[in-house]
Design a protein around this ligand. Structure first.
Ligand SMILES: Cc1cc2nc3c(=O)[nH]c(=O)nc-3n(C[C@H](O)[C@H](O)[C@H](O)COP(=O)(O)OP(=O)(O)OC[C@H]3O[C@@H](n4cnc5c(N)ncnc54)[C@H](O)[C@@H]3O)c2cc1C
Length: 448
């Protein structure tokens, strides 16, 4: 009898898991359940449709219906999994028409993702507070812009809030970003690096208010203003970008344990504590490569890697997930920012004694036209001299340097080894002294 694999959730992690399972097992019956109308699209591209760089939300489709047909993946859109019975190995699902069916599995992959989070703020039941998670959310946001919104308040200065803020400014809106913490991008950058990004955003016309917690939504039925840090801020559009929370309801109700970070607990094979049930992507937790502490990374890159591991295993193969470094990049107007591994603040929270070094340089030879500024900061464990984190802010060339430093961290490279790295140079492409190498030398000077 053919192996039956059910995947709940058909986005980054779910589709990757189903595809990997198909590669391992050509005859398996693979079913994907998606409560959304659209499956296999890129959430990461949503801010760029809003900003106008990508013409249509339809362009965000990564996996077309033809893809599912070609791999013989039985995709059931607008079908919600409502219960898992791990003893009977069955999933109950309800489709758009209200028809309930029960599907048997040999292996189950939970890839239910995350939902936008709204803290318990007074007035949050009022209408008009938008979020950006699904394609429909994106359509609503763009519709509000097209209906003449002139100003927006974005609550939360994380990646999604800032990318959307930039998009709205590009559409001509006046944008105010309100952040509770003293800095923007608090998960991604240390305060010194975040300051550079904040200055750039302010130069481009974004009003950034830090250390202001949202206290209340004002307005009759519909929000017309917020109170934040004692200040009333009026706008036509309100975006909640407070962060996301793992969508674990289905797993919890089925008795599948969560871990310390409140994500679904998994092992290196992305198996949960229940036999033949895997969890992947934004709903699942996994250990950080450096601290070994578990976390839900909630990044597309991690979701697809975990999906591949679980799918391979569910299809009869043998794969291991190596852990999370949480490498991430973004581009905000003309500034790129990236991180890999631990920030200095995260290392301190983890009780690791570090030495840091930062260098400001250029992305081309100093004399070459249009050389752009770039700053590299390295975080090095004092005792072992191993690189455990890096942040880069600059006009170009951030992503591939972040990737190179991610490889260095994963291979356990010391700062001394990085300082001797053989790097490439040509005036239109780089400085003779690669900025990452100069940052390593800064750390070595402090270590001496
Ligand atoms: C605006 C935005 C920008 C982003 N930018 C980046 C970026 O630049 N780089 C990056 O790495 N990451 C980025 N991310 C994060 C990335 O999109 C997520 O990490 C990724 O989508 C996680 O994939 P997933 O499959 O785990 O979860 P999801 O994409 O959330 O998919 C889970 C799916 O499961 C469905 N589902 C849930 N419960 C059920 C159920 N009971 N039955 C059926 N279906 C169910 C959900 O409706 C959803 O369709 C961004 C996210 C957003 C919102």
């Amino acid at each position: 009898m053919a192996r039956r694999i059910i995947v709940v959730g058909a986005n980054a992690a779910g589709v990757e898991a189903a595809s990997a399972a198909r590669k391992k097992d050509r005859t398996a019956e693979i079913t994907l359940l998606s409560q959304e109308k659209n499956a296999g699209y890129s959430r990461c591209g949503l801010p760029f449709v809003i900003g106008g760089q990508i013409p249509s939300f339809k362009d965000l489709t990564v996996y077309s219906p033809a893809y599912f047909q070609m791999l013989k993946l039985n995709l059931k859109p607008e079908t919600k999994a409502t219960a898992i019975n791990t003893k009977e190995k069955a999933v109950t699902a309800v489709d758009k028409a209200g028809t309930t069916e029960t599907l048997q599995y040999d292996s189950l992959v939970i890839a239910t993702g995350a939902d936008a989070f709204m803290p318990p703020i007074k007035g949050r039941e009022k209408q008009g507070i938008l979020s950006l998670r699904t394609l429909e959310d994106g359509e609503k946001l763009l519709e509000a812009v097209q209906n003449g919104a002139k100003s927006a308040v974005i609550m939360g200065a994380g990646l999604i809030g800032l990318e959307t803020g930039v998009a709205l400014i590009e559409r001509g809106l006046k944008v105010t970003v309100v952040e509770m913490l003293p800095q923007i991008l608090p998960q991604m950058l240390d305060a010194d690096m975040a300051k550079m990004v904040q200055e750039h955003l302010q130069e481009k016309g974004m009003c950034v208010l830090t250390e202001k917690a949202v206290e209340e939504f004002l307005g009759d039925d519909k929000v017309t203003a917020i109170m934040a840090g004692g200040e009333k801020i009026e706008a036509n559009l309100f975006l909640s970008a407070f962060g996301v929370r793992a969508n674990t309801k289905l797993a919890v109700e089925a008795g599948i344990p969560l871990g310390e970070s409140r994500g679904i607990k998994t092992n290196g094979r992305m198996e949960t504590d229940v036999k033949d049930v895997y969890a992947v992507g934004d709903c699942a937790e996994a250990p950080n490569i450096i601290t070994h502490k578990v976390a839900c990374a909630q990044l597309g890159t991690i979701a697809v890697r975990q999906g591949k591991v679980a799918g391979t295993n569910a299809g009869g193969g043998d794969a291991l997930f190596s852990g999370i470094l949480a490498s991430a990049v973004t581009r905000l107007f003309e500034t790129e920012a990236g991180v890999t591994g631990l920030t200095e603040a995260a290392a301190q929270r983890a009780g690791i004694e570090v030495v840091t070094g930062a260098i400001s340089s250029k992305t081309k030879a100093d004399y070459y036209p249009n050389a752009l500024p770039i700053k590299v900061k390295l975080v090095v464990e004092k005792e072992s001299q191993r690189i455990i984190g890096a942040q880069i802010v600059g006009g170009e060339g951030v992503t591939q340097r972040i990737n190179a430093l991610s490889f260095a961290i994963q291979k356990g490279m010391t700062v001394r080894e990085l300082a001797k790295a053989d790097t490439a140079y040509a005036p239109p492409l780089n400085e003779a002294w690669e900025p990452m190498v100069l940052a390593a030398e800064m750390v070595l000077m402090k270590l001496r």
